[in-house]
Each structure stands twice: as C-alpha cells, then as structure tokens.
Design a protein around this ligand. Structure first.
Ligand SMILES: Cc1cc2nc3c(=O)[nH]c(=O)nc-3n(C[C@H](O)[C@H](O)[C@H](O)COP(=O)(O)O)c2cc1C
Length: 178
C-alpha cells in the first residue's frame, strides 16, 4: 500500500515536456495498465488510440485548440493543448455502453498512475468528445481501424517532464465518516 499511495501522490499534471520519444516497451506498459481498469459489467467498453505519429498528434492538437476557441476559452495563438508531449493517447468508449464514460475515465487514471511509476509525466486533456464528433476525428479513427460508434472520453498526454509539478493541498472536509 505504501508504494501505491506514493505513486498516487506523485502523479501530478505535467504541462511542459521534453521532445524525447518514449521507448516502445515503456509505452506498452502504460497501455496495458489502461486495459486492466474496472469496467461496468466487465464490458471493457473503452478503446485506446495511442498516437506517436507527429502529423496525427499535431492534427489532434489543432482540433483541440479550435474546440477551445469555439467554447470560448482564452487561447494564445498557436498554443499547444498537449504542452509539447510527444505521445497522445485518446481513450474512447463504446457509445452504446451505459457506463462508457466512467469506464474510460478509469482507464485514463490507470494509465496516468502507471506512467508515474515508470518515470513519465502525464496530464488528462479534455475535449475528446468534440474532437471525435468531427469528420476529421472520424477519419483518424477509420485510419486506425476503429470501427463502430465510439465517443471520445479524454486524452492522456505522455512524455518526459520538463517541469516539477506541485500538488495543491487537499481541501478540508474531503472525507466524511459515519
Ligand atoms: C476531467 C478532466 C479534464 C481535464 N482537462 C484538462 C485540460 O484540458 N487541460 C489541462 O491542462 N489539464 C486538464 N486536466 C488536469 C487538471 O487540471 C488537473 O488534474 C488538476 O489541476 C489537478 O492537478 P493534478 O493533476 O496535478 O493533481 C483535466 C483533469 C480532469 C480530471
């Protein structure tokens, strides 16, 4: 338990990455960790699209930035919503699964904790739903061989941290007991 809690505490959002690519065997462990997440009724409703191809990664970043602007978030010209991370994993869930989004979010946390244990930085990035409602997003899924009706849950960006993230103190009154 000491190790688990230490990993959970150590996982903090990284928002500045070195350009170095993650070795395939390390990345495989992060992906495998995602697949062991609990899912409603054991349906394993999510899929993980792991993007290491720079052109596809940059296309996702472009879409994500455009969506930020569309929903009225203040965005600096050309900002990278993936903070320079060389790997972007998208977690999507079967649109028919009643627990799809919940399943997907558990996959994401498993991946981020595994990444921490492996010495990688990570951050959850939102707006995957809107990204994969777009024709360009659907085209990327098709290219990856993902068929069927999938809803974007979120992104896990991965790479080697170029910053030391600080944790906010935990709020008062987080836990109640009876
Ligand atoms: C559902 C969800 C969506 C998030 N979306 C983004 C995002 O789009 N961009 C970002 O920089 N961080 C995003 N984050 C990261 C949070 O901002 C971060 O977890 C929070 O500030 C707490 O910091 P910590 O992860 O270091 O504890 C998201 C986190 C969650 C859980």
């Amino acid at each position: 338990m000491a190790d688990t809690l230490a990993t959970i505490r150590a996982r903090r959002s990284v928002r500045k990455f070195k350009p170095d690519m993650i070795p395939a065997d390390v990345l495989d462990q992060v992906l495998e960790a995602g697949t062991w997440a609990p899912t409603g009724m054991g349906r394993q409703s999510p899929v993980i699209l792991c993007v290491t191809d720079k052109a596809v990664r940059d296309e996702l970043a472009r879409m994500n930035r455009e969506i930020m602007i569309e929903i009225g978030m203040g965005v600096k010209l050309g900002m990278d919503p993936f903070y320079g991370a060389p790997v972007v994993c998208v977690v999507l869930a079967d649109a028919q699964a009643p627990t799809g989004r919940d399943d997907g979010n558990l996959v994401i946390e498993n991946m981020m904790l595994a990444a921490t244990d492996l010495g990688l930085g990570s951050c959850y990035i939102y707006r995957a739903k809107e990204e994969f409602e777009r024709p360009e997003g659907k085209e990327i899924l098709k290219k990856a061989g993902i068929e069927g009706d999938y809803v974007g849950v979120g992104h896990v960006i991965l790479g080697y941290a170029d910053m030391s993230p600080k944790a906010a103190p935990r709020k008062e009154g987080y836990i109640y007991r009876l």
